[in-house]
Design a protein around this ligand. Structure first.
Ligand code: BTN
Length: 242
């Protein structure tokens, strides 16, 4: 069972858990109708959006620095299962965007708290549910479940489905079974695609081979196989507009 805290307005559900993790139970969930300082990956702003599911999950027990980088992929795989149960076929763009029709429906911000050892992992999820439209600057890249299906979705219902799916995959993970990797691989948006990325400060063009067992992205560039830990991957065909 998850302890669910529901706020009408908050700075950011991830920031809240970073502040309060010590006093909250493992697997607490924070849900907000509005965020005033929502954050995205790579220091970006995540715009407030009352039509989305805005939620963060706190993990305190069973986490290890060596495997914690897999948890955003596990969250992504859980969302794939949830969307499947809602009749929606989605894909994952490494490291952890959920795409529908090639556009982003969901972003995941995973953050670790060290003091000085690893104390908590926070998984923040912003899923576009009922948006009818997006601002001009992102409308080519963003999509909501409503736009993809013509149906409206109840955030609480979607949250409970997601927590169910997450619990199943996370329990397996804690027992050393990485079932989520096969889900990610079966919905892997970048497979075989030509991409542009930054590898240790160097800009590279590469072809994506797949997902390694440790969650890294395997690519081929100039005859070499490289494993990418983090960062941003842009499709070559989109280079310049993303
Ligand atoms: C990204 O794609 O850049 C990740 C976006 C993550 C947004 C969610 S919304 C809930 C949680 N709280 C935040 O401030 N960010 C995450």
């Amino acid at each position: 069972m998850h302890n669910i805290l529901h706020f009408q307005e908050i700075d950011s559900t991830n920031t809240y858990l970073k502040r309060e993790y010590a006093d909250l139970a493992d697997q607490s969930v924070v849900l907000a109708d509005h965020q005033t300082q929502g954050r995205g990956r790579l220091g970006r702003v995540w715009s407030d959006n009352s039509d989305s599911l805005t939620v963060s999950l706190l993990l305190k027990s069973g986490i290890r620095p060596t495997t914690s980088s897999l948890l955003p992929l596990l969250a992504g795989a859980s969302l794939i299962l949830t969307l499947e149960r809602l009749g929606i076929d989605a894909s994952i763009k490494w490291p952890n965007d959920i795409l529908l029709q090639g556009k982003k429906a969901c972003g995941i911000l995973a953050e670790a708290v060290y003091d000085p050892d690893l104390q908590a992992i926070i998984l923040g999820i912003g899923l576009n549910l009922n948006d009818k439209a997006f601002p001009a600057e992102i409308q080519k890249k963003a999509i909501s479940l409503y736009q993809a299906t013509g149906r409206r979705f109840d955030p609480m219902e979607v949250l409970h489905l997601f927590l169910d799916d997450f619990d199943t995959l996370y329990d397996s993970f804690l027992q050393g079974r990485y079932d989520f990797l096969s889900i990610v691989r079966a919905h892997f948006f970048l497979a075989g695609k030509r991409v542009y990325l930054n590898y240790y400060g160097e800009d590279l063009h590469a072809e994506v081979c797949g997902l390694a067992d440790d969650g890294r992205l395997e690519v081929r560039s100039e005859g070499k196989t490289l494993l990418i830990d983090a960062g941003e991957v842009t499709l070559e065909e989109n280079y310049g507009i993303c």
